[in-house]
Design a binder for this molecule. Sequence first.
Ligand code: KIV
Length: 333
Amino acid sequence: MPEAAHSNQFTSPSTTSPSTTGVSGNAAAGDNAPAGPGATTAPDATAGAASAEQPAPYGGPVSAPAAPPRRIRTLDLIKAKAEGRRWAMLTSYDQYTAALFEQAGVEALLIGDSAANNVYGHATTLPVTVDELIPLARAVASATSRALIVADLPFGSYEISDEQAVATAVRFMKEAGVHAVKLEGGARIASRIKAITTAGIPVMAHIGFTPQAEHNLGGYKVQGRGDAGSALLDDARAVAEAGAFSVVMEMVPSGLAGQVTSELTIPTVGIGAGADCDAQVLVWQDMAGLRTGKAPRFVKRYADLHSVLTEAVGTYVDEVKSGVFPEPERSFD
Ligand code: KIV
């Protein structure tokens, strides 16, 4: 049993007892869906013994089989908004963080195109490709059984036409096993959102500061201030109208983000958009303090992983050099 298993608000941790596992009160039992492509069933440690020993011959206590963990669905997130419950989203690009974040109660995981910076070491999100993101998305989807998994459509993979956007979204659904895609832009990409959702794929929109357009926006700047506020409201309305199930708002003044949140029935996900959004998202390396240096104002560091890892690796190097590691108990006769 992993330590510190936190329930998210929609499903219980898969490690809880059968009586508390599975569909929560806010979802119909009939909505139970098989876990995603990579959902693992724990190997049955008693399998060998079971083949030798038969079940009790005269019956026994009636016990309901454990319900499989249920994936959070877009409808759960929309319902949460209607009921005033907030939810949390983090980026993830690999199996260990995906499983850990889900265990800690994060409801939605994003394979962001920020993998360009945080995995591949680029200065912007622009260079990362679909072929580079799909393996990361597959790892995240495979390592989880409850969180909703959303993949970013990278720059260049949906701008040309609605057909291109649908084809890229289909690749993420089929090849990575994600449950939704995210794309940047407001009214200007409304037809893409409509085309993708018409194909049966849920879309998370992303308005305000959109990093893929940073050169067009003139750098990392708060969007929607002053007169630009009405254009941002129009973007929010356009993506909701086009069928998005939620919308990320990045670097938007809190008051405006609150206005959008109260007007839309789909959840708003803030990143630098204040406390009135229905959900929040952060890049995990930022919130866990793995990234060093000046972070954007909206980042809160909840840990100092950079120091923790630097110290651990420094000790390892010292012990290798001094011959302390490996100790006799870590060696074979
Ligand atoms: O790519 C990304 O990480 C994002 C953010 C909203 C966190 O789009």
